[in-house]
Design a protein. Structure first.
Length: 145
């Protein structure tokens, strides 16, 4: 575990503590069931924390992509040709391919590819062992095909 891993874990537990202070008491039966599952699988909290951090990073990357697309759409000049001309390619250029940008909320060592380690980050570590997410990149998770 390096400094960025520790920081990601501290931020996660900080958010949990904040939520815990603002919410009602947990469901007793659900809490007991979760405790029994953790007793059977003692490494579950580790993998759960790892998954939550990775999902937050994926969500952040997706939000960045949405903002980029909204900006591109807003900055496009109005094209003539009528209501249906866009369906047949009239007057519109193809959108530029997505170029991932590092998100400020992501730890600096993480690449926008989410399920992969950043280049140059060898060895173990909290986020290094994370199984690949279903999407290989923010563009893959957010593009309509």
């Amino acid at each position: 575990m390096d400094h960025q891993d520790r920081q990601a874990i501290e931020q996660l537990f900080g958010k949990i503590a904040q939520f815990e202070g603002q919410s009602t008491r947990p469901d007793t039966q659900a809490a007991e069931f979760i405790r029994s599952q953790v007793a059977r699988q003692p490494n579950a909290p580790y993998y759960m924390a790892q998954t939550i951090v990775m999902q937050e990073q994926a969500l952040s990357a997706a939000q960045g992509r949405i903002q980029q697309l909204e900006h591109e759409l807003a900055s496009r000049p109005a094209s003539g040709g009528g209501l249906l001309s866009g369906l047949f390619g009239g007057g519109q250029s193809r959108p530029q391919p997505y170029q991932p940008q590092p998100m400020q909320s992501m730890p600096p060592h993480m690449a926008p590819g989410m399920g992969r380690m950043a280049p140059g980050r060898g060895g173990g570590g909290f986020l290094a062992g994370q199984p690949r997410l279903r999407w290989a990149s923010p563009a893959a998770c957010c593009s309509a095909t």
